[in-house]
Each structure stands twice: as structure tokens, then as C-alpha cells.
Design a protein around this ligand. Structure first.
Ligand SMILES: Nc1ncnc2c1ncn2[C@@H]1O[C@H](COP(=O)(O)OP(=O)(O)OP(=O)(O)O)[C@@H](O)[C@H]1O
Length: 469
């Protein structure tokens, strides 16, 4: 019945509207035509195969909720896709939809069951915003600034303030695992979304972009795919290293890139390595990557690690003594994700055991993690760490050369042996070409004094010490 159909669809739309922003609603739901409502099944007409896939990929939860409210938990949704010439030649597509019960291709319709409970249900803090795939937890105020990320963060803020209008287009952020690339590029997207609600900001991983492209080839819907991307105002693509070796995807991305760039749209990219190290990438694409600004994220230094831990604990309303903070920052030096993981286990331990987070709890919680990272305490390993850090060879470290660049690493090595082992001074001297104990005492004093007067030396020595303790 026509009036019932309209009522059901109007109810769906009001649920959908309340969940989405205006531009997503206008792009994806305004063009839908309700066709019929029979036996608890609502049939909607969508303009293309790509449109249908995009709805299923991005809005399935919203649709499910709308059907629940408008029809009830037994409601079904059926799509009727406007078939163009090319689509007719295609074999039926295979779906990647959980809970799909049937696909009826006789009339070009696709039928899925919409269960009352979302299989993707997440906790509120993890809810992704469906329309742009931005995670709202990634913001600038949660991104701690340090020497390791100063340029990237500043460039990110500049881009967020004036998307498409700075010379940082594209902005490419690169760096190793867990150093904050995704956080930073999403923070830019989140800020733009909040300051410029009219702009269509899209975050997409390279993997997802590639999958969509492959599907579009299979379904002969490349044009819809490309057209969709050309509507984006701010395109954020994560992990572009995964484009390596994918020539066709690169070609399409190249065209989208050029078009967006020429239209003054902002492009933001992340990669796990610098553009010059991206193998398997077309030169013309690589040269585009370098058009704007390339900024790297490095491992956070000691002070930044302290600030990150403080912020994470503070966000959870937890206070800890500075000595615990120092211990954590010394112990976990690899990347921020690991640091976060440790803080979470620590908080879990504290709440389980109903204890405050003190040094004892920190040490016992971190025991397994620390043991994995610690090098075995031996003279060889200590000297090895020193030679690697200062880039001197073992013979020079143990030898007699009096050049300043060799004397200091040697003194640090002696200092570490004294602090970390129970070796008598004479034995320590023995490892350095048979020097006597007074040379070792002198080295230990020299390093201690240098640590007191020079913060960077203190940091270096503590860092090397931290490899064993
Ligand atoms: N400067 C920072 N301040 C606060 N949190 C940070 C910072 N850098 C990274 N993090 C946090 O560390 C975790 C890992 O960061 P993220 O996922 O952005 O790293 P990534 O570089 O994208 O890693 P991958 O290469 O594995 O994709 C996230 O939870 C992020 O919020």
C-alpha cells in the first residue's frame, strides 16, 4: 500500500537523519526511492551498483537501526539497483555482508536480512563515525607534542585551519609502527569536520581504497567509484605504502589525486616510510607525494614519553608518583602504542588488586614485558650496546685511542659496567686493554659529572642503562 510504504520510509529516514550529518544524508539517502513494502520487506531503489556497495559498506548499521524502528526486528531490506548496460554483462556479485540470507538476482534485487542487533556493536568510546570513518578519539588535544613530531603536528594544524589553502598539499606524514600517524591524520580530519561542517572529509585506508577499486572493476562501476572520490573535499589516505606494486590502483589514484589537487581540495597521506624509500610506486605518483610537505614522526624522547603517560593517566583521572612515571618512561622506549598497552595493563592490575599504582606494582606488572626487552646482562652485551649507540667499533672502544669521540663512549662503557655489574674495578679495566682501576674511577667520575651538567648526556646514559634494567 502506497501510504504505508511512504510512512515506513519516512520513519526510516528520520532515524537515518538523526544519525548522520547533512551532507552524508544528502549524498547517500536523498537519492534513494522507496519502491514497495510487502510482507515486512521494504524495497528501495538505488542509482548504481557502487552506491549499493557503499551503503552496505558504510551505513549498514544505520539502515539496520532504521529498519528495526520502522518495521520491527523481522523487517527485511531489499535493494533494487538501477541497471546500466555494463552491469547486465556482469555475473551476480558476491556479497561480503554478515547475516545475509539470500540474494535474489532475478529482478536485479539484492536481499539481505537486517538483524535487530548489530554484529559490529562496539563500546561507545570506540564508535566510529560512519560517514567519514574518522575516529573521534583522535584529536589534536590528545596528541602530545614533542621534538619527535613537532613539524608534522604543526603542519597538520596549519592544514586543519585552512584545508586546501596552504602549500602543504598533499601533506604526507611518515614514520615507523605505532608512532602516531593514524592519530595525527585523523586529528586533522576531525578538526576540519568540526570547523567546516559543510566539507566532506573522508578517511580511508589504502587497503580499503584498493578493495573498493577491485570491486568496482569487477562490477564495471569504475565511473561511480571515481565520481564518488571526486566529491570529497578532504581526502585522507592511510598507509599509502600498500599501493606499491598495484599499478591499476595507482593509476586511478593518480587521476583522483590530480583532479582533487587541481580543484583545491586537501589531500593527506600517511606512509610507514619516506617517499624516496617507497619501492614499486610510479615515479609520477611519487613526485606528486613530494609536491606539498613531507614530515616524519620519530620515536618519542624521554620527556615526550613522560608527557604522554601523564596525559593518558590524567584522562582517566589517575595520579601516580613521579618515580613511577620515570620508571615507565625509561622502561618502554619503543613506540607509543606499546606505552599505551603498558599503561592499560597497569591500570587493569591496579583496579583488580585494588592497589594504587606504585613502583612495586609497576615493576611487577611490567616484569614480563621488561624481560622481553631487556638485553641479557653481560660485559659483551653492554659493550655491544655502547658501540652500536656511538657508532664506534669494538676494537676502538677497547683500545688506546685518545680521540675525544672515542674516549667518551669508552668512559660510558666503563660507567655502565660499574653501575650494572658487580665486577671489581680491576676487571673492568681489564676489558679495556688492561687499564688500571684508577682509570676506571676517573671514567666513572667524568661520566657522573657530565650527566649532572649536561641533560642530553644524562638522557643518553640513562637510555643505555635502561636497556639492561
Ligand atoms: N604524540 C602522541 N600523543 C598521544 N598519543 C599518541 C601519540 N602518538 C601516538 N599515540 C597513540 O599511540 C597509538 C598508536 O598510534 P597510531 O595508531 O596513530 O600509530 P601509527 O603510526 O598509525 O601506527 P601503524 O604504523 O601501526 O599504523 C594510538 O593509540 C595513538 O593515540
Amino acid at each position: 500500500m502506497q501510504s504505508e510504504l511512504n510512512k515506513v520510509w519516512a520513519n526510516c529516514l528520520s532515524v537515518i537523519k538523526s544519525d548522520l550529518n547533512e551532507s552524508s544524508y544528502a549524498t547517500w539517502f536523498a537519492p534513494i526511492v522507496p519502491l514497495r513494502f510487502v510482507n515486512n520487506t521494504l524495497t528501495i531503489q538505488v542509482p548504481s551498483q557502487f552506491f549499493y556497495e557503499w551503503l552496505e559498506d558504510n551505513y549498514v548499521n544505520v539502515l539496520r537501526k532504521a529498519i528495526d524502528v520502522a518495521i520491527g526486528r523481522h523487517g527485511l531490506l531489499e535493494y533494487s539497483i538501477v541497471v546500466d548496460k555494463g552491469d547486465k554483462k556482469n555475473p551476480p556479485i558476491s556479497f561480503n555482508i554478515p547475516n545475509q540470507v539470500s540474494s535474489n538476482n532475478t529482478f536485479g534485487n539484492k536481499k539481505i536480512e537486517v538483524p535487530s542487533k548489530s554484529p559490529f556493536q562496539t563500546t561507545p568510546t570506540e564508535t566510529l563515525e560512519l560517514e567519514s570513518y574518522l575516529n573521534p578519539k583522535y584529536t589534536f588535544d590528545k596528541f602530545i607534542e614533542g621534538d619527535c613530531n613537532r613539524l608534522g603536528r604543526a603542519a597538520g594544524l596549519a592544514v586543519a585551519n585552512k584545508p586546501g589553502l596552504t602549500s602543504f598539499n598533499p601533506l604526507m606524514i611518515y614514520g615507523g609502527v605505532g608512532l602516531g600517524k593514524t592519530h595525527l591524520i585523523q586529528a586533522i580530519g576531525n578538526q576540519i569536520k568540526s570547523d567546516y561542517p559543510g566539507k566532506f572529509v573522508l578517511y580511508v585506508s589504502t587497503e580499503k581504497f584498493t578493495n573498493q577499486f577491485v570491486n568496482a572493476i569487477r562490477n564495471n562501476s569504475i565511473e561511480s567509484f571515481t565520481n564518488f572520490y571526486l566529491q570529497v573535499d578532504v581526502l585522507i589516505i592511510d598507509d599509502v605504502q600498500f599501493l606499491s606494486g598495484k599499478e591499476k590502483t595507482q593509476e586511478t589514484f593518480f587521476n583522483i589525486f590530480n583532479h582533487l589537487h587541481q580543484s583545491g581540495k586537501q589531500i593527506i597521506l600517511s606512509s610507514d616510510r619516506a617517499p624516496r624509500e617507497l619501492n614499486g610506486m610510479e615515479d609520477r605518483l611519487l613526485s606528486r607525494f613530494k609536491w606539498g610537505l613531507t614530515a616524519d614522526l620519530q620515536q618519542p624522547d624521554y620527556e615526550t614519553r613522560i608527557a604522554i603517560i601523564q596525559k593518558k593517566l590524567q584522562d582517566d583521572g589517575i595520579q601516580i608518583d613521579f618515580e613511577v612515571l620515570e620508571y615507565l618512561a625509561h622502561t618502554i622506549q619503543t613506540n607509543v602504542r606499546e606505552l599505551e598497552g603498558v599503561i592499560i595493563s597497569l591500570m587493569a592490575q591496579a583496579s583488580l588488586t585494588r592497589k594504587d599504582i606504585d613502583l612495586e606494582l609497576a615493576k611487577s606488572t611490567l616484569k614480563s614485558i621488561v624481560n622481553e626487552q631487556e638485553k641479557e646482562l653481560s660485559v659483551e652485551n653492554i659493550l655491544d650496546v655502547v658501540t652500536t649507540y656511538f657508532e664506534v667499533d669494538m676494537d676502538t672502544l677497547r683500545g688506546k685511542c685518545r680521540k675525544k669521540e672515542n674516549v667518551f663512549p669508552r668512559q660510558v662503557a666503563m660507567y655502565l659496567l660499574k653501575e650494572l655489574t658487580n665486577l671489581p674495578l680491576k676487571s673492568i679495566g681489564y676489558h679495556f686493554g688492561g687499564r688500571d682501576h684508577s682509570t676506571v674511577i676517573h671514567a666513572v667520575q667524568a661520566v657522573s659529572e657530565a650527566m649532572e651538567t649536561d641533560k642530553s648526556i644524562e638522557k643518553t646514559v640513562r637510555k643505555l642503562y635502561g636497556r639492561f634494567h
